[in-house]
Ligand binder design. Structure first.
Ligand SMILES: Nc1ncnc2c1ncn2[C@@H]1O[C@H](COP(=O)(O)OP(=O)(O)O)[C@@H](O)[C@H]1O
Ligand SMILES: [Mg+2]
Length: 296
């Protein structure tokens, strides 16, 4: 595992050679993950990315979720090539990139980052230079890691700079999210961990879920989880998924879209606001959540 993490990290870092632009221009590389599948991760990635892009950010999404309902399915697109083809030198990164709504750029990772890490040196070099090019052109690189703690997912968690954990209020989802936070705390202790509670029925349920995981992580892992936001259970999400359209575009004023708007705002430069559950839930976010919940 550590070898793999190092390997991924070195892919990410090898671009830090001469020629790399100023550190201040480096994109934020964020993994969006969850313990359990089906919690809304891909929806959060896609819709938050589009919202960030509408705000002027250059966003690249790495679609590394190999489960069902990943980003290509959600948008009704069929990628012809993946990162594996880039590594093989068959095509360039521009050939695999799929333009997404709002100007986001989607990179299909294909069949497992794990196999990409075991590539011969020459193929790895293709991949490194392709990723370096991407990095120069992005403000955010957002990775939809898929669920669980497979070696590929853990590799990403170890390599990125920030991690967003998505959970629902279900106890099984919370327990699996906690297991993910635990792995991040081992593999990548410097990475800030942020939390999104999705599909809560009301504010109380969202707060309870956030509090459970936040308190336990602080007590047992000494990890301070930043609460990034809540997305309410909202019929618009399921409807938009059926229509293969991102809900922020299809239903821009629905509660989930507003909630994602807040998440994107907080992600963009206002991260400090999310410093603690108390600061957040006690004031702004609670009020916000009440407002959007009462609109549904
Ligand atoms: N906030 C929400 N409200 C209602 N349904 C949701 C919400 N978020 C996700 N869903 C439903 O859950 C399904 C799974 O979401 P998805 O983003 O594919 O999860 P994951 O990527 O974690 O597997 C979606 O198809 C959608 O119908
Ligand atoms: Mg998914």
């Amino acid at each position: 595992m550590n070898d793999q993490a190092r390997s991924l990290r070195s892919i990410a870092r090898e671009q830090g050679q001469p020629g790399r632009p100023d550190e201040a221009c480096a994109p934020r590389v964020i993994a969006v993950t969850s313990g359990k599948g089906g919690v809304g991760k891909t929806n959060v990635v896609l819709n938050a990315s589009i919202t960030l892009a509408f705000g002027g950010a250059r966003v690249v999404v790495l679609d590394a979720d190999l489960g069902l309902g990943n980003i290509d399915v959600m948008l009704g697109i069929v990628p012809r090539y993946t990162l594996a083809h880039v590594a093989a030198g068959e095509v360039g990164i521009a050939d695999i990139e799929v333009p997404g709504p709002g100007g986001i750029r989607i990179i299909p990772c294909g069949s497992g980052i794990t196999s990409l890490l075991r590539l011969p040196e020459s193929e790895r070099a293709h991949l490194v230079s392709a990723l370096a090019a991407l990095e120069r052109e992005a403000d955010f690189i957002i990775v939809d890691t898929g669920a669980g703690l497979s070696p590929g997912v853990v590799g990403f968690l170890a390599a990125v700079e920030e991690v967003i954990v998505v959970t629902t209020p279900e106890p099984t989802s919370i327990a699996d999210a906690y297991a993910t936070v635990k792995v991040v705390s081992h593999e990548n202790p410097a990475a800030p961990v942020m939390l999104v509670v999705n599909m809560a029925r009301d504010l109380q349920e969202a707060e309870d879920a956030a509090e459970k995981i936040t308190l336990v992580a602080k007590r047992f892992l000494q990890v301070n989880i930043k609460l990034l936001g809540f997305v309410p259970r909202d019929l618009c999400v399921a409807r938009a998924v059926m229509q293969q359209k991102p809900f922020v575009l299809r239903y821009p004023s629905c509660p989930a879209s507003r909630a994602v708007g807040e998440i994107a705002n907080r992600l963009q430069g206002r991260g400090d606001e999310a410093a603690s559950l108390q600061g957040f839930v006690g004031q702004g976010l609670a009020g916000f959540f009440r407002k959007i919940s009462s609109r549904s």
